[in-house]
Ligand binder design. Structure first.
Ligand code: ADP
Ligand code: MG
Length: 259
């Protein structure tokens, strides 16, 4: 977002934003484990939502369910008003609207960095190879790894690979980006180079759901914190409110352990 002024500020007010990802009454089990319990969650266009909570609370499952890497039993999930189909070609196309960046970088090991970024746009978005290549190089430039375009993932550092993973997701022109602990597998000195790219994306208005324990990033970039525990959304608040005055006992307990 480069505009400023009243219109841009009004658009930046979460209350004025339109819903982009809407989960209502979503339930999911793994066997006896009720891993998502009646999840109601709305992510508005342009909003940056941080999801935090103890290990095992269902954060990854929530992300995976949003783009149908996992099925769910009841409730509904819509992306820009459309329910994701559970299979088929339509699913691949709609899933491309949801960019996902995982803890482990998940690049294709036997493809170059450039090929990693062009593959989806050519196969799923049906872009011409030349156009996909041009755009991929722009995105790699933007995340600071354009000079590595002809290398293979193993030749890059973890931080660089994760930035490639972000570029690869962005190449599909997603409507929303999901990040599942994108920096937790990184050496400490590489964390900021990834968070900086994410902070820029947030500033540019990308809709983002970020599972992270990086509180500095949450405070700087997030519009809202969603706290999950035991498969439930227990608390939602603006970052400052959540970190300084959590209301639920479970959030207080969690924060006392990580802060
Ligand atoms: P988080 O990301 O918050 O740590 P997860 O969503 O990964 O939590 O996991 C939530 C719970 O679901 C955990 O108890 C985990 O062991 C369980 N779980 C996750 N994936 C599976 C699976 N594929 N099969 C069975 N149980 C799973
Ligand atoms: Mg997880």
């Amino acid at each position: 977002m480069t505009e400023s002024g009243p219109a841009a500020r009004a658009a930046a007010d979460p209350a004025n934003r339109e819903p982009l990802v809407v989960l209502s009454g979503v339930n999911k089990h793994f066997g006896d484990l009720h891993v998502l319990q009646d999840i109601d969650l709305t992510i508005h266009r342009g909003e940056v939502v941080i999801v935090i909570g103890p290990s095992g609370s269902g954060k990854s499952t929530l992300c995976r369910t949003i783009n149908r890497l996992e099925t769910y039993e009841s409730g509904s999930i819509t992306i820009d008003g459309k329910e994701l189909p559970s299979e088929g070609r339509e699913l691949a196309r709609l899933r491309a609207d949801v960019g996902m960046v995982f803890q482990s970088f998940n690049l294709f090991a036997h493809k170059t960095i450039l090929e990693n970024v062009t593959l989806g746009p050519v196969k799923v978005r049906k872009q011409k190879p030349e156009a996909a290549r041009k755009r991929a190089l722009e995105l790699l430039e933007r995340v600071g790894v354009a000079h590595q375009a002809e290398k293979y993932p193993a030749q890059l550092s973890g931080g660089q690979q994760q930035r490639v993973a972000i570029a690869r997701a962005l190449a599909m022109d997603p409507k929303v980006m999901l990040f599942d602990e994108p920096t937790s597998a990184l050496d400490p000195e590489m964390i900021n180079e990834v968070l900086d790219v994410m902070t820029d994306l947030a500033r540019e208005g990308m809709t983002m759901v970020v599972v992270t324990h990086e509180m500095g990033f949450a405070r700087k970039a997030a519009n809202r914190v969603v706290f999950m525990s035991d498969g439930q959304v227990v608390e939602e608040a603006e970052p400052e409110t959540f970190f300084t005055a959590p209301t639920s006992a479970r959030a207080k307990d969690f924060l006392s352990k990580i802060l």
